[in-house]
Design a protein around this ligand. Structure first.
Ligand code: AKB
Length: 338
């Protein structure tokens, strides 16, 4: 008999780190993680880790021969800035990698006679505001508005949302018998901020970079201007969103892709917050026009009404509490003890 398990791809990334810690406390099922990188020593003892590529079909086949995968958290992705330097490689990982896992989940749903739950973090990058005037006019976008991403990463996320929906609702629509289909669910995250890890390759990275630099007493030149405004969320809330959505009864869901958000602020306001706790921090602005253009194309806020109504989403950390109770104490701890 195969052992039952939960699969996390891209597990060595920021969300993966936080999700492993949360699932290993809450969930009785075995957690199998997959990443091209090994896991840090601390989290590697909490899961069964496989160092490998999501594109490796033989590896995926071996995986399902050993484990009955009931849930997949598919986190592996090349983020927005990195993806712009290697768009075709990003497409391979972000789209073809996702397609391979959807195929696997779809076959496994048939084998089990029960849908495999497929949880997919999408992003504010799935939106594309045409200009700053429009961005100001639509400060809280709904899921179906402004789906015109400007980045390869944003295009990849938006398309994978559609692919996941297709595999959940219309796969083999012309066959005599409808197969058991997977259950795809997705959240569009704003920029995420963790106290324990520093992001790399993203465009919302200036927020967490500013804070982590201040805590280490290092100068930081922010790569967007003071006015740049996007939504953010503290990492524990991101994990709550993923696990809450995974636990929601299917009949409660009125959509497959939900906005979730916590607080929006400009880069200048972000700096102010950091200075409240690290008054000596040396934070300047040296905007990179091109990266700024990407941030400007993302909405200033997300309307997450449907997530609140359908599955009880609510961020625990608003702006003040995120800094006061989660970010600052844990970041201070991290660099003091490091
Ligand atoms: C990025 O900046 O690419 C990500 C995101 C907003 O999805 N953090």
């Amino acid at each position: 008999m195969r052992k039952k398990g939960i699969l996390i791809t891209g597990a060595a990334g920021e969300i993966g780190d936080a999700l492993i810690r949360s699932l290993s406390q809450q969930d009785q099922n075995q957690v199998i993680t997959l990443d091209v990188r090994p896991l840090p020593a601390e989290t590697s003892t909490m899961v069964t880790h496989i160092t490998g590529d999501i594109m490796d079909q033989a590896l995926l086949a071996r995986l399902v021969s050993e484990y009955e995968i009931a849930t997949i958290y598919h986190l592996a992705a090349l983020l927005s800035t990195r993806a712009e330097f290697t768009p075709e490689a990003a497409h391979r990982v972000n789209v073809e990698g996702t397609l391979g896992l959807l195929k696997l989940a779809s076959e496994q749903s048939q084998w089990r006679g029960e849908p495999v739950l497929f949880i997919f973090p999408s992003s504010v990058a799935a939106y594309g505001m045409p200009d700053l005037e429009t961005k100001a006019r639509y400060p809280m976008v709904r899921e179906w508005e402004w789906n015109y991403p400007r980045t390869m990463y944003g295009c990849n996320k938006l398309y994978c949302e559609l692919l996941g929906t297709y595999y959940s609702e219309n796969f083999r629509q012309l066959a005599a018998e409808r197969p058991v289909m997977l259950d795809f669910r997705s959240v569009r995250f704003p920029g995420l901020i963790s106290a324990y890890t520093v992001p790399s390759g993203g465009t919302s990275d200036y927020g967490p970079e500013m804070l982590h630099a201040a805590a280490q007493n290092s100068p930081y030149a922010c790569f967007v201007s003071e006015e740049a405004c996007i939504p953010f969320m503290a990492m524990p809330d991101a994990v709550t969103a993923l696990t809450l959505l995974a636990a929601a009864p299917a009949k409660a869901l009125s959509r497959r892709v939900y906005n979730v958000t916590s607080f929006s602020l400009t880069a200048a306001e972000f700096r102010e917050q950091v200075l409240n706790y690290f008054p000596g921090a040396d934070i300047t602005f040296n905007p990179d026009k091109k990266r700024q253009g990407i941030v400007d194309s993302w909405p200033a806020g997300l309307n997450d009404h449907d997530a609140r109504r359908d599955w009880g989403w609510q961020p625990a950390y608003g702006l003040e509490r995120a800094f006061e109770e989660y970010l600052v104490p844990n970041i201070r701890n991290r660099y003091m003890s490091g």
